[in-house]
Ligand binder design. Structure first.
Ligand SMILES: Cc1cc2nc3c(=O)[nH]c(=O)nc-3n(C[C@H](O)[C@H](O)[C@H](O)COP(=O)(O)O)c2cc1C
Ligand code: SF4
Ligand code: FES
Length: 658
């Protein structure tokens, strides 16, 4: 075991940040003041190591308070948790939002991913480079980095400022313009906590406060992300805009907690039966039957069982889970409670991506209020069932959305996927039976329990039951989140979103995000179901529908997709670690004007190796979009090759967000 401490003491503020998570140290062995008794026997040891899962929250606490994690702070955390410093260093450096070198308190993340690039993030990048220098430069108390998708693609281009302090703050500019960017880059400018519907005054546990700042328009109400909010056909979005997301009473007035009461009346086995009968398939991308997953978890003899809600939502172009969490957070809390009840879990983890401060604060508020009113905790509503939820915040790593990488991240290890089998239902979080479900999947459980699985299954098609959330972005007139019955066509959806601008034509549509694939503008008759998209050689993935008109630079979009995978590969297996680099290099060469013939062959070979031999879905899908662009859109045939002037910039590494 490598226990190389450097004996750098933490500052008082760093110690306080660590204590806010771990509490005061029990003895000198855990980094506290040395007492006489410490010389006679050692305390900590096994107990401290048993809290390794608090490593990520402790790193967050220091990063949130100070803005970066010093050697002294890292050493202190290691002593408190008896974690070898080399291992803690490996974890801290895994995440893009943490810095291990001193930097300004305010960090600006400019999204340069696919939807934002299609909406002009390039010009904003130039502006920031002019003003502050290249990414990573520090000027006037702020620094900036290029970011992968920030999950607000309906308001692209987006920029998010996070400011460390005793009360960390955030400000989001979306759509961002140069005025807003200048304001965001201005550290220490007059600022105040936002008031109004998004402030959570009664809940002091809220991690980030919204930051009202001159020049940056305040964040619009969540309902603005849903262009047809209030449509009576909505099931999953029906409360968005109708309820106050910070009020439990408001939620209860709209059927809130009726499903949980119904679940308690039915019993866990009947809940699983209804979910199975509904035909609900997971909405996180893999479309696995939820009833089957719950049955398999519930049936495990090993205990305890865990429930993990996957709210990592980092697939470029995806923002559906954010809208649900910001606009209807109690629905997710209620659905998780039902899932825990059905699968025999008393402890749920809600793993939310680190770049969602508003969703985080709405959920923190929801958990506090639900606990206070007996909807979480011991003996919920007198049912005899006890359940609680812990929020775990990601820190800028797309791979942590993979269902086994999440386990590593929560357990305080690097977020690296594990080989399957064993499957999570047998050996998941902490080696125990675990059901992992996406946010949208879970929210579907409420109507299933309330109205029955058979009623749910009547909507949609026989193999894709219910409704689906679609994240529309790019060149459409009304980008946003849409809910449609499965079976509507891609054309229906694009029409609902207002089509493309007058006089423009659709060049391509990216379905399913960076891990998805392109279809042509003349393929809008594809029905949006799991089976029809599979049949058409594409995918629904996480519900991304990025529409690109003919003004968008496709080769540049592909290069950005390749840069994303190269950056986000965890590096654990060779086909993906090397393949994502080779793939990007080949695309860059073609985009610089090289003859594509050899490089297209190379791309195919590398793509096949990644698909066949990678451990997890990241490597297995990293070539999908590029393959579809070559084969379906006939990109890189001589006449479509771009010139150097056309190519857009791709970031060297968003891991430099540190
Ligand atoms: C690289 C990668 C990233 C993923 N990211 C997410 C994510 O952010 N959210 C999510 O729900 N599922 C994500 N998934 C899918 C999960 O592994 C898993 O299938 C899903 O959370 C299961 O929930 P469901 O059955 O409700 O869909 C990802 C998969 C891979 C391979
Ligand atoms: S495929 Fe890529 S992301 Fe997945 S385990 Fe291998 S290296 Fe890591
Ligand atoms: S917010 Fe920029 S691509 Fe999603």
């Amino acid at each position: 075991m490598d226990l190389l401490f450097r004996n750098e003491p933490p500052t008082a503020a760093e110690s306080a940040a660590v204590e806010s998570v771990l509490g005061p140290p029990g003895s000198g062995w855990e980094g506290g003041t040395r007492r006489d008794s410490d010389l006679r026997y050692a305390e900590g040891g096994h107990n401290a190591r048993g809290r390794r899962d608090l490593l990520l929250p402790a790193l967050h606490a220091v990063n949130d308070r100070i803005g970066w994690i010093s050697e002294g702070a890292l050493d202190h955390i290691c002593r408190r948790l008896t974690v070898p410093p080399a291992e803690a260093y490996a974890v801290a450096t895994f995440y893009a939002l943490f810095a291990l070198h001193e930097r300004p308190r305010r960090v600006l993340h400019l999204c340069t991913d696919i939807a934002c690039a299609a909406s002009g993030s390039g010009a904003l990048r130039e502006r920031l480079t002019e003003r502050l220098g290249p990414p990573g430069s520090e000027e006037a108390g702020a620094t900036w980095h290029e970011s992968p998708c920030l999950g607000v693609c309906e308001r692209a281009p987006a920029a998010l400022a996070l400011e460390a302090g005793e009360q960390p703050r955030y400000a989001l500019a979306a759509p961002a313009d140069t005025t807003a960017l200048d304001a965001l880059a201005e550290a220490g400018s007059p600022a105040s906590e936002a008031t109004g519907p998004d402030a959570c005054p009664e809940n002091r546990t809220t991690t980030f406060t919204a930051h009202a700042q001159a020049g940056v328009p305040s964040e619009p109400p969540v309902a603005e992300a849903v262009p047809d909010a209030g449509d009576p056909s909505h099931v999953l979005l029906r409360r968005i805009g109708r309820v106050d997301p910070l009020s439990l009473d408001s939620y209860r007035a709209e059927d809130g907690y009726a499903a949980l009461r119904q679940a308690f009346r039915m019993g866990p086995a009947a809940v699983i039966r209804e979910v199975t009968e509904s035909g609900l398939l997971g909405r996180g991308g893999a479309a696995f039957p939820t009833g089957k997953k719950w049955q398999a978890t519930a049936g495990q003899l090993d205990t305890p069982h865990y429930l993990v809600c996957n709210a990592d939502e980092s697939e470029p172009g995806t923002f559906k889970d954010r809208v649900l969490m910001e606009g209807d957070p109690f629905a997710l809390v209620e659905a998780m409670t039902i899932a825990g009840y059905a699968t025999g879990a008393q402890h749920g983890y809600l793993y939310i991506r680190g770049e969602y401060p508003r969703a985080l604060s709405h959920l923190e508020n929801a958990l506090t209020l639900a606990r206070a009113r007996g909807f979480l905790g011991e003996d919920i509503l007198g049912s005899g069932f006890s359940f609680d939820i812990e929020i775990r915040r990601g820190a800028g790593a797309y791979i942590c959305g993979e269902e086994t990488a999440i386990f590593g991240s929560i357990e305080g290890e690097r977020g690296e996927p594990r080989s399957k089998p064993p499957f999570p239902v047998e050996k998941g979080l902490f080696g125990k039976p675990t059901a992992v479900n996406n946010v949208e999947t879970l929210v579907n459980v409420l109507p299933i329990v309330l109205n029955g699985g058979a009623a749910y299954a009547r909507v949609g098609t026989s193999s894709s039951a219910g409704t689906k959330l679609f994240c529309l972005s790019g060149s459409v007139r009304r980008p946003g989140l849409y809910e449609l019955d499965f079976g509507a066509t891609l054309g229906d959806l694009v029409t609902k979103a207002g089509g493309v601008h007058e006089g423009r034509r659709i060049q391509a549509v990216l379905l399913g995000g960076a891990a998805g694939s392109f279809v042509r503008g003349d393929e809008l008759d594809i029905p949006l179901t799991f089976e029809d998209t599979r049949e058409a050689g594409t995918t629904l993935g996480s519900g991304v529908v990025l529409v690109l008109d003919e003004t968008c630079n496709l080769p540049a979009t592909l290069a950005r997709v390749a840069a994303f995978f190269r950056d986000e590969s965890c590096g654990q297996c060779v086909p993906c670690r090397v393949g994502t680099v080779r793939q990007e290099e080949a695309l860059q060469r073609i985009n610089r004007g090289a003859d594509p013939t050899n490089d297209v062959e190379l791309l195919r070979e590398v793509g096949r190796a990644m698909r066949d031999a990678s451990i997890c879905g990241l490597g297995q899908t990293a070539w999908n979009a590029i393959e579809s662009a070559i084969d379906r859109l006939a990109l890189f045939q001589a006449e479509t090759t771009t010139t150097e002037a056309d190519t857009i910039h791709t970031p060297t590494s968003t891991k430099e967000r540190q």
